[in-house]
Design a protein. Sequence first.
Lengths: 153, 241
Amino acid sequence: MTEKNLKALSTLLIFFLLDTTKPFVYSLAAEFTFLGVVLVCLNYPLKTSLFFAVIFGYAKDSVCISQTNFNLIEFIVIAIAIHYFLRNFHRKAVKIMIFLGVLIAHITINNFYINKASYLFSLLFFIHSSIIFLLMNRLFTEFILGTKNENVI
Amino acid sequence: MYLPSKITSKYLALFLLFALLLVLPFRSFIANLLISFSNQRLIATQNSSKTIEELEKKNLILSLALKKNQNLAEENEKLRKALAFKDDKKIDMIGVEIASFDPSAWRRLAIINAGKDKGLREGMFAIDNDGFLVGRIVDVKNNFARLMLVDDPEFSLAVYIGKNALGLLSGGLDFIKIQYIDASDNVSLNDIVWFKVPLVSYPLYIGRVRKINENRNGLFLDVEVKLFNRNPLLKKVFVLK
């Protein structure tokens, strides 16, 4: 495993710990693991993205109460979908559009999953996740990838 | 012959006459003295008799009340047996800490650091430091358990509003609602939402009625609840055993 992959793994581990410990409890409506997986998928090749998606999807499912592999399937689909769009669209703002699309899809799927339409929470989740993703992206590109990736958002 | 008895009787008669003459002026005084003494005795006797009478009355009333209560207790016991009621349990709880949370933001589940090893079972209720309901245990493992918080979308519980309105509280990420409340139940704003823990006869408070919407197309009211327990940094809870 290369240094770049190790950095991504450690970052995702920290995000996963943040999700489970929830230092802000339920004041912050965001899922760090989900955002981290999206970030990795946007910046890493398909194989590495799938690897991380499987590991953290499985880890999240094992901590969740539900017996289904909902997160595992969702993360794998996200990884494949992101790489599909990255392969077929080459505009500068494509990554932000992909992120927003994935976020809206995640919100919609989870509303169906809990069998309740939570409009206010969904809006809050969208806003919080967008802001955190913006900050995470800056940190990720500058400190982990070691470059100022202007192509990402 | 010398007869001292005759002389003695004369002197005795003279002494008695003298004594009578001496006492005669003090007759009224002696009479007053005797009367006052007897009055004092009489008053004292009357007072004590009144006190005794009152005490006896009280005693009688209390003994009647005791009998009545004994009868009621017996009747209550018979009715409890007839209705198969169970005896009230004493409050027993265990303090546990929240170890972690469900990583999904769409669920409100906490993992607590006690499980079967501490005698926890599914369905037990957890309260905070102020005694307000926090949630219910839904999954128990050997050394940890999952606590479903009141605002989880899958949380549901039969609750009372105010005195006698009964409804079904269902959690949610946006609002916590109470369903199946009839318009005739006279529910008003700020009514306390509470529920009775099974086998224990004391209420646990959940929150207050925040909003009441009349559903024109439905039979029931839409009641929104504001939780008492809104501690964002919840770390320790007490599980009622």
